[in-house]
Each structure stands twice: as C-alpha cells, then as structure tokens.
Design a protein around this ligand. Structure first.
Ligand SMILES: [Fe+2]
Length: 225
C-alpha cells in the first residue's frame, strides 16, 4: 500500500468515528514528532500493539479486500508485566470491503455494529486440518443462541453484536454504508493468532510516497526491547 493511501484512510477513519461520536484516545492522533517526545511511560502502547493497524491482506486493493483497525487496549501473552486479559478495537468496514475468512486460535471476540450500515457476516466451523466444515453453526448474538446452516448470511444492524468462538471461520463486510465496528475480545496477538483460510498477508508492504501522518503500531520510533 502507498503511504498516501494510508494517510487518506486514516483521515477518513477519524471523520467516520466523529460522525458516530466515538471519541478516540490521545495516542491515535500522535504524529511521529509527538512520538519522539514520549518516554518509557508510554511503553504499553508500543509493547501491546495499541494504535493503527491498516491492512489490505496483501490484496493490492484495500477498498475491496481490507480492514482498518485501531487497537484501543490489549494485554500481552509474552510479557508478565501486563495483567490485562482483554482487548478492545474499533474497526471500519467500508461498503463491500471484505475481511477474508479467518479464525483465531486463542482470541474469542465480540463484533459489534456501532454505527453506519448493516454488518454482514458468514461463519463456518473449522476442522482439525483447518478445513471449513459444512456442519451447522451456532450463532451467539446479544443473548440469543441459535443454529444456522454453514455460511448463512448473518446481518447485524446498528447496536447488534455477535460472539465468535475460537476456531470459527468468519468473514464480514458492510452493506448500505460503511460500518463503525467495535471489537471486544480476549487479549490478542495478531502476529500469531490469525488463521486465514487462504494464504494471505496480514500486514501490508508500504511504499513511502509521502510523510507519515500517524504511524501504524509497528512504526513507533524507539520501540522498547
Ligand atoms: Fe476475527
């Protein structure tokens, strides 16, 4: 992805969050210059991968296959300094922008439609070799548990949510307008916890064609350790 594209995606994301009155923590809009002034008091942001995470999943077309995430809080499996066992993200899915099928090895997550269009998901159970099964899928949403055929459309209106158990394949996109999506989950390590159905990239290659607006979580200067 080009840096100019990432910068524009970040500007659009801030506008969408503001449209739905979702206020973000200060570190989200710190520039590289701001980061240079931050001392070790802020190590948690760097060590637990808080902040911007934008990916096209290696597709080359972010608007067709991609996702914007901002990690607001997270624990850390590898660092006993952090007792936190939970995480929260805010995501944006554009209309027709698909997050491809994947499941998580450790992270159980709730996906919440916090504003915008309809959030559409499809889910499959996974087998021992990572295959998709055609067995019925139990859907857990807002206090209701029910069973659907594998791969059925599941539509979440604004305010509705779904709980995705470990090992359950899911894909999602927005219809009728972009969705501001909440994610409440167990501690998350995106370096090792994602099992995509197809072999695709989780983090983008970046072509630097203009200065960084806000660094991604992997780009903070003076990373500890
Ligand atoms: Fe997921």
């Amino acid at each position: 992805m080009k840096r100019s594209e990432l910068n524009q995606i970040q500007r659009n994301a801030l506008k969408l969050a503001a449209r739905f009155s979702f206020a973000l923590p200060p570190f989200v809009t710190w520039t590289m210059e701001d980061w240079q002034t931050k001392n070790s008091e802020y190590d948690e942001i760097k060590e637990n991968m808080l902040g911007w995470d934008i990916t096209d999943f290696g597709s080359g077309d972010f608007h067709k296959c991609g996702l914007l995430m901002i990690t607001l809080r997270n624990g850390n499996f590898n660092n006993p300094k952090y007792a936190k066992t939970y995480a929260e993200k805010i995501l944006i899915s554009e209309e027709g922008q698909v997050t491809p099928y994947h499941f998580h090895w450790k992270k159980m997550e709730d996906i919440i439609n916090r504003g915008g269009g309809t959030l559409v998901l499809k889910c499959y159970n996974s087998g021992e070799q990572g295959e998709m099964l055609d067995t019925p899928v139990t859907v857990y949403r807002d206090g209701r548990a029910y069973v659907v055929d594998a791969g059925s459309r599941i539509e979440l209106s604004v305010g509705e949510s779904i709980t995705l158990p470990v090992g359950q394949y899911h894909t999602f996109w927005a219809e009728g307008g972009p969705c501001l999506i909440g994610e409440v989950s167990k501690t998350n390590d995106d370096n090792v916890d994602n099992r995509f159905y197809e072999d695709i990239g989780r983090f983008p290659e970046i072509e630097e064609d203009e200065p960084i607006l806000y660094p991604l979580f992997s780009e903070y200067p003076n990373m500890p350790g």
